[in-house]
Design a binder for this molecule. Structure first.
Ligand SMILES: C[S@@+](CC[C@H](N)C(=O)[O-])C[C@H]1O[C@@H](n2cnc3c(N)ncnc32)[C@H](O)[C@@H]1O
Length: 227
């Protein structure tokens, strides 16, 4: 059954996103998930270097919807890969900026990817995506533990679509910049629950200023609100 999309984008871009998701899923179907090396090891990164591992389309659409709802203007993405989810983030902040009659709000997405070859593919995809996301993305190539240490500004939304050992370090780096009501989304939180234990303990600790719910998307998708 066809379901409605929250996206306000050109037919060209909607079709392009569909193609990218399809390429990602085809790759994932050929990955032997049960015999992968440990995340963040060189062997793991070698296998993942040519893989999208894009956030699922329905999750990307939800993220877009939330960004529109909270009127996000500044977003950080931890884990950009070939830049599929980044397109949704950029589209949403660009749409939000149009609400500002003065034209002074532009919207920005800080994207970060440690593999230069993946970052280069992401840039090509954003060029193909076209002018709807032009000038929105600030791509920081390198380890997020360095790229997210400065010049973040006030952050409305953080997407944690990153190898699990890096989720908590990324959150801690961005936390000082989160505005009250900011939203953090983390992927695969049911399927990879044991690997998220440190993040959960930090977020769920009494007095942490975070509130977390797990949404029933494939593998689990956590939505965390910063109070
Ligand atoms: C799940 S993929 C991101 C997918 C992307 N959000 C999308 O939907 O298209 C995670 C990415 O994080 C990158 N990554 C891993 N360690 C990193 C680090 N220390 N700093 C920045 N990026 C890193 C990986 O190379 C990989 O491309």
């Amino acid at each position: 059954m066809a379901y409605p999309t929250p996206l306000n984008a050109s037919p060209h871009l909607l079709e392009f996103l569909k193609t990218l998701h399809s390429q990602s899923l085809t790759q994932e179907a050929n990955v032997d998930w049960y015999s992968l090396p440990e995340q963040c090891s060189n062997a793991f990164d070698d296998i993942m270097r040519d893989k999208f591992i894009a956030l699922d389309q329905d999750k990307c659409e939800l993220v877009y919807h939330i960004l529109r709802s909270i009127n996000a203007q500044a977003v950080v993405e931890a884990g950009t890969s070939f830049g599929v989810s980044t397109i949704y983030l950029a589209l949403a902040v660009a749409e939000n900026a149009k609400r500002d009659a003065s034209g002074s709000v532009k919207g920005k997405v800080i994207a970060t990817e440690k593999e230069p070859s993946k970052a280069s593919e992401a840039q090509k995809n954003w060029e193909r995506a076209g002018k709807e996301i032009d000038g929105i993305i600030d791509l920081r190539i390198g380890d997020l533990r360095e790229t997210l240490t400065k010049d973040l500004g006030v952050v409305d939304f953080l997407l944690l679509d990153i190898w699990t050992p890096l989720a908590l370090p990324a959150l801690k780096l961005v936390q000082p910049y989160l505005r009250p009501g900011a939203v953090i989304m983390a992927d695969n939180t049911v399927k990879a629950a044991s690997k998220y234990e440190e993040l959960f303990a930090y977020v769920d600790a009494p007095g942490s200023s975070f509130h977390r719910v797990t949404l029933p998307y494939e593998g689990g998708l956590d939505m965390i609100v910063y109070q």
